[in-house]
Design a protein around this ligand. Structure first.
Ligand code: GAL
Length: 323
């Protein structure tokens, strides 16, 4: 009897292993919800994610949340009705995480959150969810260090303080919060005095970056030493307003972004931006794809998978332009 039980148990275990292996190999139905398509960085990210997963033979459907959480929640419900094997979700609002987790948990569909991080508390709600992203504190720190490492330590006007303008992404997003905080903390940690002249939200968008920088320069003129942009799209807008105001990056003002968009890397090479920070969309999208495949196979997931940022300045920009 014992022998029979052992045999049955062994067979069950083998079947379990076989099903894990086959889930890793079978073509999965994967639903991807992006917060909005109209975002330079997330466009690079989703294009790479789609390529990576389809090349592995999976069926990928991607939808545009258009910056509207209610719309995205509907899209997630449609994916659930369609019985996808796994979901990859770039939330419109991080605060919607708990609602989304309730839905996917009830339907037993493992879910990988990307780019917009749910709180640690929300991540405890279910064991079949994971977050893939980068630690935005690191990107902020790198922005501050890039400025602290310049010849005059970020102080063009020579008044002994780094007088700065901060272009904030979406203040609800931890990426924006941490970049705003840690860029300045890095200057202070380097022993520099700082003075905030202007800080406004630009929602990650180029036009808003342009408008806010124009306003800041009109208001504070030569007092401005540095423009910090929480991302490159806003920095691209800042470049236009800096030039329009007759200011010259590397001569009388500094400008630093995050993402290392190809256009921004080119501007760093040309000296029109002081630097940027690589937000590794290739590393992040591949990790997200791999974690989604593991999740669909029923493997145990970590709560967080983190990809490193990299500083990009004129000395190493060519390396990133080549990529
Ligand atoms: C950030 C990125 C921004 C924007 C944002 C969207 O990580 O730097 O450019 O794409 O994500 O949540």
């Amino acid at each position: 009897m014992k022998k029979l039980l052992a045999l049955v148990l062994a067979a069950v275990m083998m079947l379990g292993i076989v099903s894990v292996v086959s889930a890793e190999q079978k073509s999965l139905k994967i639903g991807v919800a992006i917060y909005k398509y109209d975002d330079n960085f997330m466009t690079l990210y989703r294009t790479e994610l789609e390529k990576y997963l389809t090349e592995k033979g999976h069926q990928v459907t991607i939808v545009d949340g258009k910056g509207d959480q209610a719309e995205q929640t509907n899209q997630i419900n449609s994916f659930i009705a369609d019985k996808v094997d796994v979901l990859i979700v770039n939330l419109v609002q991080s605060t919607a995480a708990a609602t989304v987790i309730d839905l996917v948990k009830a339907a037993d569909i493992p879910t990988v959150f990307i780019n917009r991080e749910p709180t640690a508390e929300d991540m405890q709600l279910w064991d079949k969810i994971a977050y893939v992203g980068a630690d935005a504190r690191q990107s902020g720190t790198f922005q501050g260090e890039i400025i602290a490492e310049t010849e005059n330590k970020g102080d063009y006007n020579g008044n002994g303080t780094v007088d700065y303008v901060m272009l904030v992404g979406d203040p609800e997003n931890v990426d924006a919060q941490y970049r705003t905080e840690f860029s300045i903390k890095a200057l202070e940690d380097a022993g520099l005095k700082v003075n905030k002249l202007f800080e406004q939200r630009g929602d990650w968008a180029q036009e808003k970056g342009q408008e806010l920088t124009a306003n800041a320069l009109a208001q504070f003129g030569k007092d401005v030493d540095v423009v910090f942009a929480n991302n490159d799209a806003m920095a691209l807008g800042a470049v236009q307003s800096i030039e329009a105001a007759g200011r010259v990056v590397g001569k009388d003002i500094y400008l630093v972004g995050v993402d290392a968009l190809p256009e921004a890397v080119q501007l760093v090479l040309e000296g029109k931006m002081t630097g940027t920070v690589l937000n590794d969309h290739i590393g992040q999208s591949h990790t997200a794809g791999d974690v989604a495949i593991k999740a669909a196979a029923g493997e145990t997931l970590e709560k967080n998978y983190t990809v490193d940022y990299v500083k990009v300045t004129q000395t190493n920009a060519a390396e990133f332009a080549a990529k």
